[in-house]
Design a protein around this ligand. Structure first.
Ligand code: GLU
Length: 300
C-alpha cells in the first residue's frame, strides 16, 4: 500500500516554527517512504479563520521547498461529508442532541481549556436533551472500553474516554462541525495511512480512533512529534504569538528545524541550496531519535 501522509494546518495565522516542525516531520516521513504527502486546510471554524492565511501558509510551504501531491482540500467545502457521517452515527444511536451550554458546563468544573480541549462531559443529555427548545450540539456516545494504540514515537497509549472527555461534541451548537469529526472523515477520504503531527494533539487521537471505529473507517498509524517550547516550557505556537517563520532565510530556518528534530544536519548545509538540504534530510531522516520525547526547547 502506498504511504499517504498529510499536513493539516488551521488557517488562523502565518506558519510558525511549531507548525513548520509538523510539516517537516510529516513530509520527511512521507518522502522517506517514497509515498505521497497531501495538504489539507482546516478552515472548519470560520470564527477563528484569519482571511488570507490559508494562501499565506501555502505560499510559505512553497518557499520552503515543500511539494504536495494531489489538490489541496479545504474543510469549508466538505460539510456534506461531515453531515453524512453525523447522520450515520445518529442512525446507529451513537450521537445525541445536547442542550448544555459551554458556560453551564464550565460552571460545573473550573478549568482553563487549550485548543481542541473539552471538559469531561458528565452525560446530562445522554437520555434526551435537558431543554428541547433552542439550539443544540451533537455529542458522540463514547465506548465503555478503553481506546488503545501504539504511537510511532510516544509508545503504548490507552485511554478511557468516559473518564477523560466523556461524550464529546461532534457538531457544535453554532452549527459548525467539530475538529474531531472532520479530521476523521477527511483522513479517511484522503486515504491517509499515517498521521504525523505535534504531541499537543496526542490526547485527541483516542477520540478520533473511537470515531473511526464507529464509522467503520480504517485507523491510520500515528506518530506524534515533540513540541517546541520556549525556555520556560511554554508551547511555541499561535496562542503564544510565536513569530512567523522567515522564508527569506528558508535554508537556515529548515536547518534549525532539522537540528530541533535531532537530525544533526552538517554545519555546511546551512549555506547549501534548499534542494540539497532536503535531499540530505530525506536520506538521513531518523525519527527514532525522538522516541518518548514530548517536548524540546527551541532557542531561536
Ligand atoms: N488543524 C490542526 C491544527 O493546526 C491539526 C490537525 C491534525 O494534524 O490532525 O492544530
Amino acid at each position: 500500500m502506498t504511504y499517504r501522509g498529510r499536513f493539516a494546518p488551521s488557517p488562523t495565522g502565518p506558519l510558525h516554527f511549531g507548525s513548520l516542525v509538523a510539516a517537516t516531520g510529516s513530509y520527511l516521513q512521507a518522502r522517506k517512504a517514497r509515498g505521497l504527502w497531501l495538504v489539507r486546510i482546516e478552515d472548519l471554524d470560520p470564527p477563528r479563520t484569519v482571511s488570507g492565511s490559508a494562501d499565506l501558509i501555502l505560499r510559505t510551504l512553497e518557499e520552503f521547498g515543500f511539494a504536495w501531491d494531489e489538490t489541496v482540500i479545504y474543510q469549508s467545502s466538505r460539510t456534506e461529508s461531515y453531515q453524512q457521517a453525523l447522520q450515520q452515527l445518529i442512525d446507529h444511536h451513537l450521537s445525541y442532541p445536547c442542550s448544555c451550554t459551554r458556560s453551564e458546563l464550565q460552571a460545573l468544573q473550573n478549568n482553563e481549556l487549550e485548543d481542541h480541549e473539552e471538559l469531561r462531559y458528565p452525560g446530562l443529555c445522554r437520555n434526551g436533551p435537558l431543554r428541547t427548545t433552542g439550539s443544540h450540539a451533537w455529542r458522540f456516545r463514547v465506548p465503555t472500553e478503553p481506546v488503545c494504540f501504539t504511537d510511532g514515537l510516544q509508545g503504548e497509549q490507552c485511554i478511557h474516554l468516559r473518564d477523560s472527555t466523556g461524550d464529546f461534541v461532534i457538531r457544535r451548537r453554532d452549527g459548525w462541525f467539530a475538529y474531531q469529526l472532520a479530521v476523521v472523515v477527511d483522513d479517511a477520504a484522503q486515504g491517509i495511512t499515517e498521521v504525523v503531527r505535534g504531541v499537543d494533539l496526542l490526547s485527541n487521537t483516542p477520540r478520533q480512533i473511537a470515531l473511526q471505529i464507529a464509522l467503520g473507517l480504517p485507523t491510520p498509524d500515528y506518530l506524534h512529534l515533540p513540541l517546541a517550547t520556549d525556555r520556560t516550557g511554554q508551547k511555541l505556537g499561535k496562542s503564544t504569538a510565536a513569530t512567523p517563520v522567515n522564508s527569506l532565510n528558508a535554508v537556515g530556518t529548515l536547518w534549525n528545524v532539522l537540528q530541533f528534530l535531532r537530525q544533526n544536519p552538517p554545519d555546511e548545509l546551512q549555506h547549501a541550496t534548499l534542494n540539497t538540504l532536503w535531499q540530505w534530510a530525506i536520506e538521513h531522516w531518523q525519527p527514532d531519535v525522538l522516541k518518548n520525547i514530548r517536548q524540546l526547547e527551541y532557542v531561536a
